[in-house]
Design a protein around this ligand. Sequence first.
Ligand code: ASP
Length: 644
Amino acid sequence: MQAQKYNAASASLGIVGDVADVKTTTSGGIALVGGGGSVNAAFKWMIQKSGGGDVVVITASGSAGYNEDIYNMGGVNSVQTLNIISREQADNDTVANIIRNAEMLFIGGGDQSNYMKYWRGTKTQDAINYLMNVKKVPVGGTSAGCAILSGIYYSGEDGSVVSDKALNNPYMKDVTLYNNDLLHAPYLEHVITDQHYLARKREGRHVTFLARIIRDWGIYAKGIAPDEKTAVCIDQEGNAKVFGVSKAYFIITDPTLPPERISANQPLQWVSNKKALLVYEIQGNETGAGNFSVADFSKEKASGGQWYNWYVENGKLIKTAALENKVKYAMVIHGGAGTITKKSMTPEKEKEYRAALTAALKAGYEKIKAGKSSLDAVEAAIHILEDSPLFNAGKGAVFTHDGKNEMDAAIMDGKTLSAGAVAGVTNVRNPISAARAVMEKSEHVMMVGAGAEKFAKEAGLIIVDPSYFYTEKRWLDLKQAIKEDSMKSKLDHSFSPSKLGTINRDYKFGTVGAVALDHNGNLAAGTSTGGMTNKRFGRIGDAPIIGAGTYANNNTAGISCTGWGEFYIRNVVAHDLSALMEYKGLTLEEAGKTVIKKVGDMGGDGGLIALDKYGNVTMPFNTEGMYRGTVTEDGKIEIQIYGE
Ligand code: ASP
């Protein structure tokens, strides 16, 4: 280790570490640091890319503080600070060669107008550009050093302009902008950086700079602003991550939305329907938060942050949350609709329902997360609900008038429009798997009764004794339903209890269904049910009828219905919803509302769940409650029961 005094000839403020020049394999990258203190995580990111070579820090402020700081982080051969404070020094071959030999370069804070004044058009400028574009080593800068790293930059040579003044007069003399005459960092040609957003409230001036650039040069430049103690680290592919304690901002301008008024002595007006600028905000962390593609400023590639719209109304900057923040759902499930009220529920029962629905969503989400298909997710979630006695599907299915459990199920693949269904099965433990077997292992779409059971057995599914499906609760429901039916027929002679077999329609609650969207953008939907208590004569409901209770189409949505099945069949509810989207251009929500209204207008009741290809969810119902739950693409689970 060796320290030196300031050597004006080489501009060196000293070197720590091994003075011999080493050569290492490096990879490129740009670290934009917001000032207000070092971001060690960003230094580590750069050191890693330096391959352990020699670090050079350049500044014009006379301090060698970075030497020890960076060297003590370990992993580099040496750190040397150059204080380049004249054009002669900046044009000196010794100085330029020290820079060229660096495997990592960091530009300190200070006054960027000095950097412009001393370095522009010199060998120092060429050396920095060589490091970034030819030798490809990590180059970073903090505060003033960050300001000059973008192709378009604010020099501040007439004093640092504050937001309010710039917004009120975008042509005030302090707004001094330069285009493409100093540093040429990869991806930053049409970018202008700024810093110190929170402490110095610089957003307003940054926006003013962008407006000026559009107006003066016709360039729809983009903005990047790391806040204090925060860094935007951009890798060789142009992908940025945010390190540090505060936030970073990525500002997108839109060529169809130029400023409405930008002239001298007049407050800036840039409203554009309140969407003038689209801003992505990422909260930094130690390991590098979020993703933002600085290569193309693509909205779609951004993740881990929040979108905002910024606009300027008569010199005032206004920020609003942007539509792009909408959460994307991976899966939605239901456990039946009916007269489910808080009054009729005990806290213990509610807990059990929530736990079962949560377990089903977790099972489905695990599949999606593991890259499995939406069909796998739907089947896995429905298995959990079929195996739970709480729901009217599988174990816990309701009884027919004759005291049997006859179950229906269907599944559909939104990609291929393949579908499978079984109806009236009495001994298949998981009817949803029988439906899937019909879809995948037969040439048919729907199988019923004994034939379906035979097929399920041959397909290797678990066959159980019909007594497996017995639950005392459902048995008592049947007794009660039969009693009410006979009383009603005594009171009203015209009433024919066997007509629909559904007058006791509230003794069902708990058909189950699931719709999922997988990583390939494929939708799938499934439904499984015991039907309706007291049903007669081989009655089949809507659940296994493709287009009535179950439907999925990648072009529109996946849908699973629950409710008074006869009305769902007559309204072809699930396909009607899809058709309203496809032929009438309705949104998922509008289409869902429309079809449930049709059911209600006809005298039916129930609900549905639907998920579209964009990850939008809707769960309309006209009953008092519907067991339902969602999981978002990042795994957040939400359960609802009542008509909240
Ligand atoms: N839709 C089912 C059926 O009619 C019952 C329900 O969803 O509650 O079979």
